[in-house]
Design a protein around this ligand. Structure first.
Ligand SMILES: [Zn+2]
Ligand SMILES: [Zn+2]
Ligand SMILES: [Zn+2]
Length: 352
């Protein structure tokens, strides 16, 4: 079988709205800042979150071929017809048994294959050599021919000779299942179906959209490979997918900002500095000062350190929590997903 030439298929990703809507809702509900990288890592592995969009090579005549029966997509017409023959056999072919004259002649022996025990044909039958070669090619091509040949033995049982004669007196005739025309072999069956009934078998498309969840069921290697290549690349390191995610989240009303190292975050609130108009209480100002100060021993404060800090002044935990919640809602205090608190100030990790 000659290998299918590798085709260049242009493949890009599309993010599916439902998982994005769900994600956006979750981020809005908790109000924390989530590293876009973590969100990407989570989402890129979810097959229901993405769809591959494929286009054929830039030469305008190429199209994708879709099985009209089940929707399987292929990169070439040859492939879709072969699929139709194999997967929808009852719609492609009718096999009609037919009796023919049994071979004439006097046969005392019939050769039997030593490897699979099937009857081949009598040694004095005119097709003997050809049958041997064909059987070897069909069933035992991993065994050297000489080894196979050496194991062929003759049987002189009359039953075996008769069984062989009988087998040859019944042949199968291939008919096109659509119009009942007789065809000589599989090759001409495919040619006939392609010429006479192409519209029953295939549709062509200039662009394909394949949900990642359906990737495993794809029969066409070219298409599967194109999708897997781009998916593997996106799983290893964020590329196009991360840009799509950022765009999709900001379209859903989330704010995107960066820290000093360039990492991106998505959050319901955009970090900002406090102004006069915010009318903060002294305690709220103190919270912001703590969160905006340089990290101590590498750590930014979190809600526990705030609680402990203010407990020393006799402030109740619920009051500290209310202050923190209010400041987060105002966009003045940034609460990261890992619990660290930050605020714009001299020691902030947030890029302004
Ligand atoms: Zn099909
Ligand atoms: Zn055999
Ligand atoms: Zn036909």
């Amino acid at each position: 079988m000659k290998p299918v030439p590798e085709k260049v298929i242009f493949c890009t990703l599309r993010l599916e709205p439902p998982p994005l809507d769900k994600l956006a809702q979750k981020l809005k509900a908790d109000g924390r800042a989530h590293a876009l990288f973590d969100l990407w890592r989570n989402l890129v592995n979810q097959p229901n979150a993405l769809t591959f969009v494929l286009k054929p090579p830039r030469d305008a005549k190429a199209k994708f071929h879709i099985c009209a029966d089940c929707g399987q997509a292929f990169s070439g017409a040859e492939l879709v017809f072969r699929h139709f023959r194999q997967q929808h056999a009852e719609k492609a072919v009718k096999i009609v048994p037919k009796t023919v004259e049994p071979p004439k002649g006097s046969f005392q022996f019939v050769a039997r294959c030593g490897l699979c025990r099937s009857l081949l044909c009598p040694p004095n039958y005119h097709e003997f050599s050809a049958r041997l070669v064909a059987h070897h090619k069909e069933r035992h091509d991993r065994v050297p021919f000489d080894e196979f040949r050496a194991k062929v033995a003759n049987s002189n049982s009359a039953d075996d000779v008769e069984a062989w004669r009988k087998a040859l007196s019944v042949t199968e005739e291939l008919h096109c299942a659509v119009c009942d025309q007789v065809v000589v072999d599989e090759r001409s069956l495919l040619d006939h179906v392609r010429q006479a009934h192409a519209d029953r078998v295939e549709k062509t498309e200039e662009e394909l959209a394949i949900p990642a969840a359906r990737l495993r069921q794809l029969e066409c290697r070219d298409i599967r490979r194109a999708c897997n290549q781009i998916w593997d690349k996106e799983k290893k390191e964020p590329g196009h997918f991360l840009a799509l995610l950022r765009q999709a989240l900001s379209q859903r009303g989330l704010q995107i900002f960066r820290d000093l190292l360039g990492h991106q975050y998505a959050c319901r609130y955009h970090p900002r500095r406090a102004s006069e108009r915010d009318q903060l209480t002294p305690r709220q100002q103190e919270v912001l000062a703590l969160a905006g100060a340089p990290a101590r021993r590498g750590h930014k404060p979190n809600r526990h350190t705030l609680r402990d800090h203010f407990a020393a002044q006799g402030v109740a935990e619920a009051d500290v929590k209310a202050d923190a919640d209010a400041l987060v809602r105002m966009g003045l205090l940034v609460e990261l997903e890992n619990g660290q608190l930050d605020a714009l100030g001299p020691g902030s990790h947030i890029a302004t």
